[in-house]
Design a protein around this ligand. Structure first.
Ligand code: URA
Ligand code: ZN
Length: 380
């Protein structure tokens, strides 16, 4: 095979043990078996937890693509993907109580490691890269932040793990919580990449109430709620000085940073027009580093943006370089509605946005499709 190496850095799994746990639950997140014998339904989003929707119709159908790694490998083959960096899908371990958080994180991370090791050992000799690596998951609900840092140091020792995925709530107080400092420190010390990903969206009221949300299915929560959630989370980190205190953090933002590339100038302008911030009752200075410097030094953006306007904004916000933007698919989410479709429209659209944004610049295309991921995550 020729052509640039392709690495998918945004691709999820629910390991079988996690699926079993969801099946045993009766409140969000959970898996429900409809009474008509139809496919089980995955109910993870707050907007699906709506008693006005019949329980058999809530959420979305869940099939083996969510947990069976053979299905992932078939999807990769069909879409020309050489290597995937798999991550647990939302809502990760956010809902697991403090007694079980560390045990679940270890179980998931060990499972990811052995899944990668096994598929790499059986990969065809023609494979141009090892087929699977992973982002681990963190026990954010553990009794102390030290336990989270410990798991980060353990993840660093697992050969196929190259970073961690995390949602936006941290230890339930958001990512500007000073209790997360030991986690930021451990991320700096290990130089593991943090993949920051949304799950909670915005309250229904932001869209006009639950009836409006219901009217349009998942469109408002996923198209708008998810990206704004990411934008708010990373902006709170920035405002609270996380990037001043931990200038070596490496963070990959899902969905091309939500709306951060577009709004960075406005964020900077609003900060410049504010005096000081109120933290713990006192007046403190705002962030010391400028947001463009943080974007060029600490932030990477995935290319899961489905169009050239978003792709060009991502490159522009990264300092005009294609070195910080990385291809992804968001598999197994957004499957084609028509089962006969050979390729997934969501993936084809993202490939095409990359081709159209960089036109004939083969080097830029190769960097975004795989070169950046190989270099940053040491996949070669
Ligand atoms: N993409 C995700 O990663 N999660 C969802 O729930 C939907 C889309
Ligand atoms: Zn995703």
């Amino acid at each position: 095979m020729s052509g640039p190496l392709v690495v998918d850095i945004h691709t999820h799994v629910y390991p079988p043990a996690y699926i079993d746990m969801l099946r045993a639950r009766k409140k969000v997140p959970y898996i429900h078996n409809p009474s008509d014998g139809g496919p089980p339904r995955l109910i993870i989003l707050a907007s699906d937890d709506d008693s006005n929707i019949p329980v058999d119709q809530r959420g979305r159908p869940v099939d083996s693509s969510y947990s069976d790694i053979k299905v992932k490998l078939d999807f990769m083959n069909k879409h020309g993907i050489d290597c995937s960096v798999i991550s647990l899908a939302n809502p990760w371990l956010d809902f697991i109580g403090e007694e079980q958080a560390s045990e679940w994180a270890q179980k998931i991370n060990d499972d990811l490691e052995s899944t990668c090791a096994q598929s790499n050992s059986t990969a065809a000799p023609s494979a141009r890269l090892r087929r699977l690596f992973a982002f681990g998951t963190l026990p954010l609900g553990a009794p102390s932040p030290a336990a989270i840092a410990d798991e980060l140091h353990r993840i660093k020792t697992l050969p196929h793990l190259r970073g961690v995925i995390m949602g936006t709530t941290g230890r339930s107080q958001g990512l500007d919580d000073p209790n997360l400092d030991p986690v930021w420190k451990a991320l700096e010390d290990t130089q593991l990449m943090l993949f920051l990903h949304p799950h909670y969206g915005l309250p229904d009221e932001a869209f006009g109430g639950p009836e409006i949300v219901r009217r349009y299915g998942h469109v408002l929560p996923l198209a708008l709620g998810f990206p704004l959630e990411t934008t708010i989370a990373v902006t709170r980190m920035y405002l609270s000085g996380v990037f001043d205190r931990f200038p070596r953090l490496q963070i990959l933002l899902a969905h091309s940073g939500g709306t951060l590339p577009f709004l960075a100038g406005r964020i900077e302008s609003c900060i410049a027009h504010e005096r000081t911030f109120k933290v713990n009752g006192g007046n403190v200075q705002g962030p010391q580093r400028d947001i463009w410097d943080v974007l060029k030094t600490n932030i990477y953006l995935d290319a899961v943006v489905y169009g050239t306007a978003g792709m060009k904004a991502a490159v522009e916000a990264s300092g005009g370089t294609t070195d910080r933007v990385l291809f992804g698919t968001d598999h197994p989410f957004f499957p084609p509605l028509n089962e006969e479709d050979e390729k997934w429209a969501s993936v084809v659209t993202n490939y095409s946005a990359i081709d159209k944004s960089f036109e004939q610049n083969a080097d830029a295309i190769a960097r975004v499709l795989g070169g950046n991921a190989i270099r940053l995550l040491k996949l070669a």
